[in-house]
Design a protein around this ligand. Sequence first.
Ligand SMILES: [Zn+2]
Length: 58
Amino acid sequence: MKYVCPICGYVYDEKEGDPDNGIEPGTLWEDIPDDFECPLCGVAKDEFEEDTESEEEE
Ligand SMILES: [Zn+2]
């Protein structure tokens, strides 16, 4: 699953994680700390939206 910042469009992909911010690839959204913020604009984790338009099955 991917999660999208509603403000700047930053995409968090569970498969890729966010190594620059200490989140390893494969980390599920629910396992990310609640104080996670968008690395680009600082939006809170609970403001992110599920990216349901680009579901990928690999
Ligand atoms: Zn953002």
